[in-house]
Design a protein around this ligand. Sequence first.
Ligand SMILES: N[C@@H](CCC(=O)N[C@@H](CS)C(=O)NCC(=O)O)C(=O)O
Length: 224
Amino acid sequence: MITLYTMERDYPYGTLRSTNGCKTKVVLEEKSIDYQVVGVRPGDVWKKVPEVLAKHPLGKVPWIDDGDLTVYDSTVINEYLNEKSDHAPLLPQDVALRAKARALENYADEGVLSKFLPMIWMPWWSPEEQRDQEAMQKGREGLAREIFPFLEEALNGQEYLCGAFSLADVPMMSMAMVLEVDGMDTASFTNVHGYFARLRSRPSYQAISPSNSCADTVHLLNKR
Ligand SMILES: N[C@@H](CCC(=O)N[C@@H](CS)C(=O)NCC(=O)O)C(=O)O
């Protein structure tokens, strides 16, 4: 069985999860691959404890163990999982469309998950009085200014970014999850708004939904 190492923690207002870890969880679910989750404490990731560095040389999550093999980086893991199982392929057959899916996945990683989303998401892991509201607002403004207009056009009548649900849509599931907790109003971006609703209605979203606790997650180093 595959073991996914990621960060997830229950809060009174919902369960918060690593956005990159969610990418991998979604793919495991979409492809119906058997897996278990091991939670890595945020403090152990930030401090780069040896147990984390031994598995991920940059001291980040997620990584997976598949028998003796360890794979890190959500994009690399997801390509690996997609190739490992033929069930529910997540890349288009056509070579040009496949390149487009990978490019959009990279756009989401660099433009959303590494740029605007952490400005909104990281404060949610701290008590309300410690949150940098200004940074959170800047994150929301960045999404509205740069990301949503791009996605409005990229979607243009399609249900998903490359026709059928693909790896390109996977990081957008993480954005849908963050914005469900944050409550940012996206209604003025019609395509994006409908797209988020579609992403949240996929069965795989249940594994990352803030409404579902991390009850079954065991913990690295056996402490929370
Ligand atoms: N490119 C990596 C990024 C991983 C990443 O930044 N993970 C975050 C959590 S969502 C993390 O571990 N941050 C800790 C750090 O950067 O030190 C991936 O896709 O897996």
